[in-house]
Design a binder for this molecule. Structure first.
Ligand SMILES: *Cc1c(COP(=O)(O)O)cnc(C)c1O
Length: 388
């Protein structure tokens, strides 16, 4: 039963006495004990059992177990949001004075976390350019603990060779942490390339229907234990309701992402032929600078397409304003196609230099392909480009 689709559908919490087919929602903040001795045994870890939903809950456990199996990891822990997962994981593993090396092309809020928030605890970050991973070794310090990356990147859809980065990290005793949000485990499993810790914003493709926020971390039992003991104490825990929704969503992840990738490729091919579009970046387009790597590392090209419209900020805004069906909203990976302009929204807190380093220009447009009929999506993009 090791195939992806079967694990996604058949990994489920133990049935209750009612023998339900679909897993019920365990909407409870705590769990009762037969007597004081049993409670004491569970609290002292002599006996395993549910105690309190900030620690563990059957719905949250099911979601974590499923994500760990889909990513090929030993264990996982889930959070109220993707940022909750990223912040808690880093804080669980780092001490004041430690140093991170990260690719410059990362999610906007993660950039702010590295550049502003973590500095308050004297945790500093050095960035390497996505096209120069050989610079990583020049940035090493005795205090460096973590190598951090995303592939494909948000919003540029650029790629990193995960196997190569894992090798560099392990040569220098660093933990290699990957945000696998854009790919999902259906497309790539970073653990198989040597990644130590995989993070997700479950808000995106894992839910895939724009309903709930969530985050998850997976890795070895040893690392997850450390992260779990820290995280259960600080309260960024995933709610049982959101876990129940997310676990159901994973049952359809493979079919959704497969179809969304098919739509995204057609959208990318269409955009590449438009004279108003300067450049299209999609991993499975032969024109992608890392097309060979994409084919080696990824099952499909994913649902995200980046392009650059001629005319910069003004043309970018006009394009968004002309859309009739596609949504202008701060999410991605939804069943509905979403178009955003990163420079003025998701990445607006970055300086000009940081934007350039992250491969974002004033004309960058990010399309998250949904599940509408692809002809309708392309027709909307077409009329918005040409003003028909
Ligand atoms: C959205 C996103 C996050 C943050 O997730 P939230 O659920 O919004 O907190 C982190 N990384 C990437 C790549 C994202 O797209």
């Amino acid at each position: 039963m090791e195939s992806f689709e079967t694990l996604a559908v058949r990994t489920q919490a133990q049935r209750s006495n009612y023998q339900e087919h679909s897993v019920p929602l365990y909407l409870t903040s705590s769990f009762v004990f037969d007597d004081a001795d049993e409670m004491a045994a569970v609290f002292s870890d002599e006996k395993t059992g549910y105690q309190y939903s900030r620690y563990n809950n059957p719905n949250v456990d099911e979601f974590c177990a499923k994500m760990a199996r889909l990513e090929g990891a030993e264990a996982g822990y889930a959070y109220a949001s993707g940022m909750g997962a990223i912040f808690s994981t880093l804080m669980a593993l780092l001490n004041a004075g430690d140093h991170i090396i990260s690719c410059a092309s990362i999610f906007g809020a993660t950039h702010v976390l590295f550049n502003n928030t973590l500095k308050r605890w004297n945790i500093t970050t050095s960035f390497f350019d996505i096209n120069s991973p050989q610079d990583i070794e020049k940035l090493l310090r005795p205090t460096t603990k973590i190598l951090y990356a995303e592939s494909p990147t948000n919003p540029g859809c650029d790629l990193l060779d995960l196997e190569q980065l894992a090798e560099i990290a392990h040569q220098h005793n660093l933990l290699f942490v990957v945000d696998n949000c854009f790919a999902t485990p259906y497309i790539q499993q970073p653990i198989r390339f040597g990644t130590d810790i995989v993070l997700h914003s479950a808000t995106k493709l894992l839910d895939g229907q724009g309903r709930v926020l969530g985050g998850v971390v997976v890795g070895s039992q040893e690392l997850i234990n450390k992260i779990y003991l820290f995280s259960r104490g600080i309260g960024a825990t995933l709610s049982p309701f959101n876990a129940w929704v997310l676990s159901k969503s994973l049952e359809t992840l493979a079919v959704r992402v497969e179809k969304q990738s098919e739509n995204a490729l057609k959208i990318a091919e269409f955009l590449e032929q438009q004279p108003e579009i300067e450049r299209v970046t999609y991993p499975f387009l032969p024109s992608h600078p890392k097309f060979e790597l994409a084919k080696r590392q990824m099952r499909t090209g994913g649902n995200m397409v980046a392009c650059e419209i001629k005319g910069g900020l003004k043309a970018g805004k006009q394009f968004l304003n002309s859309l009739k069906m596609c949504s202008i909203t701060a999410n991605l990976g939804d069943t509905r196609t979403i178009v955003v302009h990163p420079a003025s929204t998701t990445h607006c807190k970055l300086t000009k230099e940081e934007l350039t380093a992250g491969g974002i220009t004033q004309g960058t447009i990010r399309v998250s392909a949904g599940l509408e009929n692809v002809n309708d999506i392309i027709a909307d993009l077409k009329q918005a480009i040409h003003g028909e």
